[in-house]
Design a protein around this ligand. Structure first.
Ligand SMILES: [Zn+2]
Length: 220
């Protein structure tokens, strides 16, 4: 059962209606759901009264067995901290015995993080290496990039054979700003390092929440 009916209140006129929403997305059986997530059409509804079109965020599991990955999207709400969500999640994950499976479980808090991760998985880009690169970009630009207020997003679509394209995002307003480029060859060298000895990367980003900002902000 991947769909369930929820009683949803319209954010505009407060009309309550029953809406069928997905809790589990298995893209091997329902590939069109991926497109919906990418275009922000997923788990949306229109109000039966005022016509307002809105998205309903609830925790979902995104399964991609072809790539052997399970992504949990737990929307962050103002009353629950990231630390709390991670703590709760760690408890669930601690019951999984296979260490191999653990590396394939991811946790994200926003749709943007989910989309970024889906792109990375499909382009076979190493997620931990990318977060390490973001970390080093923050380290090198301490004067102008603040990891408390800004995030870096990898834009796979605008990246080229020679360069990876990162976009600076304001965490609060979600606005996208400056674009930073990073040499693809430097990325490949890091991937080689990772393949020789993943230990250091895994120690930095043990998962399931792999995020440069979280690492930096936790460190300071
Ligand atoms: Zn309404």
């Amino acid at each position: 059962m991947s769909k369930k009916t929820f009683s949803i209140t319209c954010p505009n006129c407060s009309t309550v209606q029953d809406v069928e929403l997905y809790e589990v997305v298995d893209i091997c059986t329902e590939p069109d759901k991926k497109e919906e997530i990418m275009c922000n059409k997923f788990n949306r509804t229109s109000c039966i009264d005022c016509g307002e079109d809105f998205r309903i965020d609830l925790p979902i599991l995104y399964k991609d067995e072809r790539h052997g990955i399970f992504i949990h999207w737990v929307p962050k709400t103002p009353d629950i901290s990231i630390e709390n969500i991670i703590e709760e999640f760690d408890e669930i994950v601690s019951k999984i015995e296979s260490k191999r499976d653990l590396l394939n479980i991811r946790l994200v808090f926003t749709r943007v993080e989910l989309v970024e991760l889906i792109y990375m998985i499909e382009s076979q880009i190493n997620h931990r290496v990318i977060e390490y690169i973001k970390y080093s970009i923050f380290e090198r630009n301490q004067e102008k990039l603040n990891p408390v207020t800004h995030k870096l997003l990898l834009n796979v679509e605008d990246s080229t054979e020679d360069e990876l394209c990162f976009v600076v995002q304001n965490i609060k307003t979600q606005e996208l700003g400056e674009i930073l480029r990073y040499g693809r060859s430097a990325y490949h060298s890091l991937v080689e390092l990772f393949n020789e000895d993943p230990e250091e990367f895994i120690l930095m980003f043990p998962g399931p929440y792999i995020c440069a900002n979280y690492f930096i902000n936790d460190e300071s």
